[in-house]
Ligand binder design. Structure first.
Ligand SMILES: NC(=O)c1ccc[n+]([C@@H]2O[C@H](COP(=O)([O-])OP(=O)(O)OC[C@H]3O[C@@H](n4cnc5c(N)ncnc54)[C@H](OP(=O)(O)O)[C@@H]3O)[C@@H](O)[C@H]2O)c1
Length: 259
């Protein structure tokens, strides 16, 4: 694992932050982008005081929704570490509410972050990976990617985009030795729920929740195991399979949950 450099989007909290710590503990240098600069400084301090040998951290204050910001972040990463081997396209946010009634500004923020952000991240990182003769892209999608998802429809559709993109991208990049893993994440204890845009703040009691460290571990493992798709738990697998075989029932359950 040593001598590789990882770039993580959305590194200031939750899954991105835990993944930065997990890579650093493996001795991997990590660069990461997020908008909250003070969180990046805190993370850098935490990584620098890890009790064992660790990778370095470069925090870059920026916004994944613009190509300029992502290109500049990758350029800073190359300047500092000389290479980029792993991209974790993780930055994202949620939204609830009826499609017809949601505030357009909320839907636009969601689409710009969850869709444009992932595209800008990939398009900025791939040229750097080509210089090394290969790399690994991890897309952070969701178990709702194939869910009939009333009142969380735009979020689910944004993750359908991410997973569909990952599956096609894998074939586009395979000849260049760049591997793509799509991680279908289930409910995780992060700031995600409280920051979710729109109406319908019910948090889904009864749905098992995992820690961001559990997801981070799976992401780090994926960079060596080269799995195409990662599903962390039996419960998450049930949701995905349920939506394939009994989408009507799962859709009704989701409607009760999300409204
Ligand atoms: N938590 C869950 O239950 C769950 C389940 C399935 C999938 N996921 C997915 O997991 C990913 C990470 O979410 P999380 O749970 O770790 O939530 P989180 O703690 O809210 O983290 C989201 C991260 O994205 C960053 N971000 C948001 N907009 C950004 C922008 N425009 N530019 C740069 N960074 C931006 C945030 O940083 P700043 O605000 O500082 O910019 C933050 O670091 C998301 O893609 C989410 O859809 C989460």
């Amino acid at each position: 694992m040593q001598n590789r450099v990882a770039f993580i989007t959305g590194v200031s909290s939750g899954i991105g932050r835990a993944t930065a710590l997990a890579f650093a503990r493996q001795g991997i240098d990590v660069a990461g982008i997020a908008r909250r600069a003070e969180r990046l400084t805190e993370l850098e301090a935490e990584i620098n005081t890890l009790p064992t040998a660790h990778g370095d951290f470069l925090g870059i204050a920026g916004d994944v929704t613009t190509a300029e910001s992502m290109n500049a972040a990758v350029a800073q990463t190359l300047e500092r570490f000389g290479r980029l081997d792993i991209l974790v396209a993780n930055a994202g946010l949620g939204q609830r509410g009826a499609v017809a009634d949601a505030e357009w500004s909320h839907l636009e923020t969601l689409l710009r972050t969850n869709i444009d952000g992932v595209l800008h991240s990939i398009r900025a990182a791939v040229p750097a990976m080509r210089k090394n003769g290969g790399g690994h892209i991890i897309t952070v999608s969701s178990v709702v990617y194939n869910l009939t998802s009333p009142y969380a429809a735009t979020y689910a559709a944004s993750k359908a985009f991410v997973s569909s993109l990952a599956n096609s991208l894998r074939l586009e990049l395979e000849d260049e030795n760049i591997f793509v893993t799509d991680v279908l994440v289930g409910r995780t204890e992060t700031e995600f729920n409280e920051k979710r845009l729109g109406a319908g703040k019910r948090t889904g009691e009864g749905i098992p929740t995992m820690s961001p460290e559990t997801v981070a571990e799976a992401i780090v493992k994926a960079t060596t195991s080269h799995q195409k798709t990662v599903i962390l738990r039996f419960f998450d697998r049930l949701i995905i399979l349920g939506n394939i075989f009994v989408p009507g029932i799962i859709g009704r359950m989701a409607k009760r949950q999300y409204r």
